[in-house]
Ligand binder design. Structure first.
Ligand code: SF4
Length: 490
């Protein structure tokens, strides 16, 4: 291992790589904050555009920034707008209400700093809605001072290259301050954001057309399949199945759900926690081009619910388990295809005081009986949010959670039994290590610190193990407190 790392680190010439990429990205779309900066480098506009751009697509940010700057081209004009007025102008950027609140408070917060935007990271991070990433970007783009803005692309790609070995963007920033030559500090963000959006994408990067592919060790990367690289038989048969607890379909719709589906390109997508009634679905959600969708909603509004988008026409669709107590919560949806059943399941949560543990264990028993019946006929793929981390390696802090929902002995024992009677956790067919999670609490910056749980699974019946080609976790896909998991199945 030591030899391999030494070999890589000496061969990886960061000056050469960033030089190649600087030329490469000249033809790519320019990150939105750079576009705004290029029109004047006004610190106020750079700061505001950067706040707007968090968790928002560049096109959406650009439109919102243009509308806002027409009304409020500077701090004094921003100060006369209410949060409500700002929210209307910047909609539909992600978290637009929160951002409108930050921007409405900005002029007041700056009064203590002489009424202008500071050029120091530590001062900037005291402003509402301004984190380290935003502060570094403002300092480097607007003031042209040495600062390294580490966003998700810089953090991810630097780790893919093995140039740093870090778990969080903050650790990456600190490591780069030590290691990256200062001449790259101002430009590395723009280069890697453009490169990360155009080629080295978080999911299925285009290694096949990458100008630095011969230098890149591709640590932790599953490259995009190159058309023609599979046999005709494989192409015909391998299916890409995705499973994702979206934690509210309307919320992810605003964050670009339909565009993401086009990008991920699954044959079947199973989602959980839709939190919607079928009659509330927008046409855009119900009718994604190329897919038919099937919905099983809870009777209680805004609660639970599962759905499946499928390119393949099912032979039949089964709603629930046939037990009213469970089916009223919209937790199970089964699509029968020619040679397999796809069962999409949102397992109950045992509850903070474990008040629903009994209900969950009853549900689990009913589900297992249902699956065993199906498995007598043909292959079964059970995907979903199981709401349980099976083993200690499946969560960051096992010792602190032994009495908590999702890691109680009772829930884990059911999972033991489920696997013992003939089902297979497909992710563990390929990976026996800890540190791979699919859910992170929204609190305490758990996702940034990677304090997570692996509770979303694809399992198959034992007889179908040979049909599994790969099982992966798409941890870089944002939009929910869960990330999707993927099964390639023939
Ligand atoms: S070879 Fe692949 S993983 Fe490496 S930088 Fe290029 S696109 Fe990214």
């Amino acid at each position: 291992m030591v030899r391999a790392f030494y070999y890589r680190s000496t061969m990886f010439d960061i000056d050469l790589i960033l030089d190649i990429l600087a030329h490469e990205v000249e033809t790519y779309a320019v990150p939105v904050v750079d576009l705004i900066a290029a029109q004047g480098r006004d610190p106020y506009q750079v700061l505001v555009a950067t706040i707007l751009s968090a968790r928002t697509r560049d096109e959406t940010t650009a439109g919102a920034a243009a509308r806002l700057f027409k009304k409020a081209p500077d701090l004094p004009s921003l100060a006369v707008l209410t949060a409500e007025e700002i929210a209307k102008l910047i909609y539909p950027v992600g978290f637009y209400r929160n951002k409108a609140g930050y921007l409405a408070r900005l002029p007041e917060a700056l009064k203590g700093m002489g009424g202008s935007i500071p050029d120091v990271v530590e001062q900037l991070t005291t402003l509402p809605g301004v984190g380290r990433k935003t502060a570094n970007l403002v300092v480097s783009v607007a003031f042209r001072k040495p600062a390294i803005c580490v966003d998700t692309h810089v953090h991810r790609i630097m780790n893919v290259w093995g140039y740093v070995r870090t778990k969080t963007p903050f650790e990456t920033e600190m490591a780069l301050r030590q290691k990256l030559p200062e001449k790259h500090w101002l430009t590395v963000n723009s280069i890697l954001v453009a490169f990360g959006q155009g080629t080295c994408k978080p999911v299925a990067p285009h290694c096949d057309r990458c100008v630095i592919s011969t230098y890149c060790p591709r640590i932790g990367v599953t490259p995009r399949r190159v058309p023609g690289s599979r046999t005709a038989k494989d192409k015909e048969r391998t299916m890409k199945l995705l499973c994702w607890n979206v934690n509210g379909i309307r919320a992810v719709e605003k964050k670009g759900f339909t565009e993401l589906i086009k990008e991920l390109d699954p044959d079947i997508l199973a989602i959980q926690e839709t939190k919607i009634q079928e009659e509330q679905l927008s046409a855009g959600l119900k009718n994604i081009a190329g897919y038919n969708s099937y919905w099983h909603c809870a009777q209680r509004k805004g609660y639970s619910g599962v759905a499946v988008y499928s390119r393949l026409p099912p032979l039949q669709v089964l709603y629930g388990l046939g037990e009213p107590d469970f089916d009223s919560e919209g937790r199970v949806l089964t699509l029968e295809f020619g040679d397999f059943f796809l069962v999409n399941c949102y397992f109950p949560n045992a509850g903070e005081e474990l008040q629903r543990l009994g209900y969950k264990l009853d549900f689990n028993r009913a589900l297992l009986a249902f699956l065993q019946k199906l498995a007598q006929k043909k292959s079964v793929v059970l995907c979903g949010d199981y709401n349980v981390a099976h083993q200690e390696i499946d969560l960051k802090n096992p010792k602190n959670n032994v009495k908590n929902a999702g890691f109680t002995p009772e829930e884990r024992q059911w999972m033991d039994k489920f696997l013992a009677v003939g089902f297979v956790d497909t992710f563990r067919m390929f990976n026996r290590e800890g540190g791979h999670y699919t859910w992170w609490s929204y609190r305490f910056q758990a996702r940034a610190k990677d304090i997570g749980w692996r509770i979303d699974y694809f399992c198959v019946d034992k007889k179908s193990e040979g049909r599994v080609r790969s099982a992966t976790i798409l941890k870089d896909v944002m939009g929910s407190d869960h990330c999707p998991v993927q099964l390639d199945f023939v």
